[in-house]
Design a protein around this ligand. Sequence first.
Ligand code: PLP
Ligand code: COI
Length: 361
Amino acid sequence: MTTPTIELKPSSHPLSDAEREAILANPGFGRHFTDHMVTIRWTEGRGWYDAQLVPYAPLSIDPANMTLHYAQTIFEGLKAYRQPDGSVATFRPAANAQRFQASARRLAMPELPVETFIAAVDALVTQDKAWVPSEGEQSLYLRPFMFATEVGLGVKPANEYLFMVIASPAGAYFPGGVRPVSIWLSEDRVRAVPGGMGDAKTGGNYAASLLAQAEAAAKGCDQVAYLDAVEHKWVEELGGMNLYFVYGNKIITPELTGSLLAGITRDSLLSVARDLGYESEEGRISIDQWKRDTENGTLTEVFACGTAAVITPVGTVKSAQGEWTQSSGRPGDVTMRLRKALLDIQTGRAADPHGWMHPLG
Ligand code: PLP
Ligand code: COI
């Protein structure tokens, strides 16, 4: 498969420096978008073609567009970070490209070549480099996605798709910075089932999480933790983040069963933890164990991790079985050490021993 060359058609009216700076002063998460976007088309028989970088603009969608009805759509999330010398680098884009291919396979969509995915992200970040913030933990969040563009109501894999990349300057995902989030442990609603799409990054998984999320909010919690769909016993992940359990010097994350997302932050932390002298492993944690080990003091910290939210400590956990609090409701030492070590690599303040950073020209 040949990689289409991305034709650059930049905007003649990008935001002024002053307008952009005003946004970067308080970007929030996913509220503002840069001046450009990348689009690449795929049609059966022709493959990938018409790769362009164009001004950010709304799309015109036919009411019978298949995605609107049957949700054949996938996405990714990765970040570009400003480096100390003023240059910009993305974090593990090839890992996102590979996961995007895995999601495409699960939804019977065409696989975008890894090098095309990376070239599209590079083109957008290079064009909109001025949008990469340089303050503290801020970054430029990149959202590659693909959806069916065929028009029709027959239920089948579409014969045409649009791949796009958009970018959004990002501050803290949770307003209020690093403070422990409270978790509602949902014992009846599930996010994903064995054989389903839980390990694909597809809109339906997020739609499935919204009602439980609203119920969590009504109970005063920030996020939902989902359990396995068969025994309703094994902890899987949050709606948009993986979980880690800290037992003294060892960190454990739920193993990949097919119904949770193989997070790139999760994977990176298995290595970062070892670099810092901790043990790290994948395993199974039941809700009973979560509660019991918190109460007997062996489970010292719990944290959530993901691209958007980096590493976020877990504070109070509420469930039908009662309520308990991790590490007295304060961010734990291991959590904060891992958080700093990962952010130091991403922002170029520390060496990159695993070759994760992808510098832009
Ligand atoms: N789990 C879900 C359901 C997610 O949406 C995300 C976010 O991408 C993650 C986990 C964390 O994955 P990553 O670290 O690759 O961002
Ligand atoms: C991410 O961390 O990239 C996510 O996808 C989480 C959420 C914004 C969907």
